[in-house]
Design a protein around this ligand. Structure first.
Ligand code: URA
Length: 210
């Protein structure tokens, strides 16, 4: 069983993350590195996918060979930065179903408000992996997972690039059943809600906006 938080310390992940953190890394390099890292993190987050076997013929003989069981998994991207993780994972798991959840922060209440939600059917029968590069306050991830549970999901994982202790604590309080896989647990959130040391605004860095 997964711990609540898994930090993937693999040297390739850590090396790529350092390149992404550097402020002078170009938009193109940032996006490419995010894609590469997403595949390495996906390897970890899918470790417990259910398996079965089926009989196949190799050129030499018949064998009972391992294969994935059950319904296709669902990947759910929290817009917009989640899309930067999505592309790489889809290259690795092309048959995954895909959902999107859009949230903005209400300027009065500071609570996340949903403006878009389209998720695959039969979520109760799928492993659902929610992707968002930055787990900062945890407000949007908690809201997205609330929504997915309302839609029937019971077997969820959260995949991010960087996590702040505040976001991990918030997720553990609201959704203790949802394991988090990340490349690093950073130090803290600053007064503007940015992860420190972090890498800045992940959406801006991957899409070249500011
Ligand atoms: N979102 C980001 O893109 N960066 C942060 O540091 C925190 C939230």
């Amino acid at each position: 069983m997964f711990d609540h938080l898994t930090v993937v310390t693999h040297p390739l992940v850590q090396h790529k993350l350092t390149l992404m953190r550097e402020k002078d890394t170009s938009t193109a390099s940032f996006r490419q590195l995010l894609k590469e890292i997403s595949q390495l993190l996906a390897y970890e987050v899918t470790r417990e996918l259910p398996m079965t076997t089926r009989v196949i013929d190799t050129p030499l003989c018949e064998m009972e060979a391992p294969t994935l069981a059950g319904k296709k998994m669902a990947l759910v991207s929290i817009l917009r930065a989640g899309n930067g993780l999505l592309d790489g994972i889809l290259d690795l798991i092309p048959s995954a179903r895909v959902g999107f959840i859009g949230l903005y922060r209400d300027p009065e209440t500071l609570r996340p408000v949903q403006y878009y939600c389209k998720v695959p059917s039969e979520l109760e029968d799928r492993m659902v992996i929610v992707v968002d590069p930055m787990l900062a306050t945890g407000n949007s991830s908690v809201a997205a997972i609330d929504r997915l549970k309302e839609a029937g999901a019971t077997h969820l994982r959260f995949l991010c690039l960087l996590a702040a202790p505040e976001g991990v604590a918030r997720m553990k309080e609201a959704h203790p059943d949802v394991p988090i896989v990340t490349a690093a647990l950073d130090d803290h959130l600053n007064d503007h809600g940015y992860i420190v040391p972090g890498l800045g605004d992940a959406g801006d860095r991957m899409f070249g906006t500011k």
